[in-house]
Write a protein that binds this ligand. Structure first.
Ligand SMILES: Nc1ncnc2c1ncn2[C@@H]1O[C@H](COP(=O)(O)OP(=O)(O)O)[C@@H](O)[C@H]1O
Ligand SMILES: O=c1ccn([C@@H]2O[C@H](COP(=O)(O)O)[C@@H](O)[C@H]2O)c(=O)[nH]1
Length: 225
C-alpha cells in the first residue's frame, strides 16, 4: 500500500511548519495506543538528530457543548456521539490550522463521565514538529481531511473493538454493560459503517506501527526544515 504525503496550504508568513498526521479508526480500535507508540518511537529516533517535539491531539476534546436536555439523553445512552454533527468542526479546523502554522494552541479537555468539557481546563500545546490528530471521524469532513499531511487508519476487527469498549467504558467511563451495548448497537456501529469506514480508503491501513513509522520518518525528515 502506498502512502500519500500531502502538502496542505499553510500560512506562508509562518516560519515554522508542523507535520500533521490524521489517525482514524473505529472506537477502541487502538488509535490512542498506536499514536502513543509512534510518539515514543519517533521521539527516540528523532533524538539522534536533535529534539523534535511530537504531540497527540484527540478529537474527543472537540465534542460540542450539550444542552441540559442533551446531557439527560446522554446519561440514558440516547445521544449520538458518533455522528459528525456531535463535534465542533470549526474549532477543530482552527486548532489544526493554528498547529500547522506553528502557533501555541489551547485544547479543551473532555469528561466522558459528565459528557461535557471540563470548565476552564485547557491543555496548552506549544509548537511541535509532528502532531498526531486522532479520532473516530477525523477524516469525515473534507475541509479537515485535507489539512493532514498523512492519513493512517487503525483497522481492528469489530468483535475486538466491542470487547475492548465494554471493558474500557465499564471501568473508566462509569457505564453499565447494558448501556454500553445499547449505545453500541443504536449509534456506534451504524455510524462507524456510515461515516468512518468509507473514509478509510486512501489512508495507510493496518493496526501495527512499523510501516507507518518508516513512512512518517521518511516524510518528516524531508518535510520539516
Ligand atoms: N493491541 C491491543 N491489545 C489489547 N488491548 C488493547 C490494544 N490496543 C488497545 N487496547 C486497549 O483497548 C482500549 C482502547 O484502546 P485505545 O488505544 O484507547 O483505542 P481508541 O483510541 O481507538 O479508542 C484501551 O483500554 C487499550 O488499553
Ligand atoms: O460523552 C461521550 C462522548 C463520546 N462517547 C463515545 O466515545 C467514542 C469515541 O472515543 P474512542 O476513544 O475513539 O472510543 C465514540 O464512539 C462515542 O460513542 C461517549 O460514549 N460519551
Amino acid at each position: 500500500m502506498s502512502v500519500g504525503i500531502a502538502h496542505p496550504v499553510v500560512d506562508s508568513k509562518s516560519r515554522r511548519r508542523t507535520f500533521i498526521i490524521g489517525v482514524a479508526g473505529g472506537t477502541s480500535s487502538g488509535k490512542t495506543s498506536v499514536c502513543q507508540k509512534i510518539l515514543e518511537l519517533l521521539g527516540e529516533s528523532f533524538a539522534v538528530n536533535g529534539s523534535r517535539k511530537v504531540a497527540i491531539i484527540s478529537q474527543d476534546n472537540f465534542y460540542k457543548e450539550l444542552s441540559d436536555d442533551e446531557v439527560s439523553l446522554a446519561h440514558k445512552s440516547q445521544y449520538n456521539f458518533d455522528h459528525p454533527d456531535a463535534f465542533d468542526t470549526a474549532l477543530m479546523k482552527k486548532t489544526i490550522l493554528d498547529t500547522a502554522n506553528g502557533k501555541t494552541i489551547k485544547i479543551p479537555e473532555y469528561d466522558f463521565k459528565t459528557h461535557s468539557r471540563k470548565k476552564d481546563v485547557f491543555e496548552e500545546l506549544h509548537p511541535c514538529d509532528v502532531v498526531l490528530f486522532e479520532g473516530i471521524l477525523v477524516f469525515y469532513h473534507k475541509e479537515i481531511r485535507d489539512l493532514f499531511n498523512m492519513k493512517l487508519f487503525v483497522d481492528s476487527d469489530a468483535d475486538t473493538r466491542l470487547s475492548r469498549r465494554v471493558l474500557r467504558d465499564t471501568s473508566e467511563r462509569a457505564r453499565s454493560l447494558e448501556s454500553v451495548l445499547q449505545q453500541y448497537t443504536t449509534f456506534v456501529k451504524p455510524a462507524f459503517e456510515e461515516f468512518c469506514l468509507p473514509m478509510s480508503k486512501d489512508a495507510f491501513g493496518g493496526n501495527g506501527v512499523n510501516q507507518p513509522l518508516t513512512a512518517i520518518e521518511t516524510a518528516t525528515t524531508k518535510y520539516i526544515t
